[in-house]
Design a protein around this ligand. Sequence first.
Ligand code: ATP
Ligand code: MG
Length: 252
Amino acid sequence: VEKTTIDYFEVIARSVAHELRTSLTTIKSGIEGVKDYIPLLIEAYQTAASHGLAVPEIKTQHLNMLMKALDFSEKAAFCTSSYVNMLVTNMTKINPELLTFETCSINECLKETIKQFPYKSEEQENLIVNSSNIEKDFLFKGNKHLIINLLLNLLKNALYHIQDAAKGKITIWTETTDTHNFLYIKDTGKGINPAEINLIFNPFYGAQQNNIGMGLYFCKELMHALQGDITCTSDEGIYCQFTLSFPLLSTC
Ligand SMILES: Nc1ncnc2c1ncn2[C@@H]1O[C@H](COP(=O)(O)OP(=O)(O)OP(=O)(O)O)[C@@H](O)[C@H]1O
Ligand SMILES: [Mg+2]
């Protein structure tokens, strides 16, 4: 794919994101405002009804749903915001010369990713086996915001393919050797067909699921910009494992 195609998509993504963000901000503040008053209004309604005032009937079940409906709407707005942010970051070209590098802790990036991820349910959140802490932290030179976006992409893929396979969990761990620090993210979901494994890092690969297919391309571009790499090994139907390698801090 020529760079110009990606440039073109970046412009579209930015403009769609701008429109969506504006609407989402309105939706979010609307929900927040209503949430502030709903409990009071429910209480007032119940008081009125219990005093025999001529209020129209609202079933208790429906009354109980009001707050939940707002919570669901809020969650949906949050998920949409996250996906829009991920999409725009994935579509934005990484220019290593413009990247500001700082010393980051992989553990901190992971913790923030796990906190920020727009999970569909609590069960989904619990699919990450050791989410609270990876045993051995390491430091790397990079950009925290972009690494979190990379990790969000890997989690999104893993959770999608776990759901698709109706089985699996996610394990995350690190390793340090004489030359590199490694981060491993393994899911035991659907796995990848051997014929496909060399294609998954290509831009726009994966369009079969109504996705853009830019997630792993972004991951590869970012790891290269950090003088590292990302690779994938898989056994179809068994597991899919991503290995991220970071140069040691002393060699940066
Ligand atoms: N954890 C995984 N398990 C199985 N297949 C995967 C996994 N991660 C990625 N893939 C395969 O690699 C393809 C490319 O992934 P990538 O993240 O680049 O694109 P996408 O998820 O299809 O779209 P986008 O990330 O832009 O929304 C996916 O469509 C899927 O076929
Ligand atoms: Mg993806």
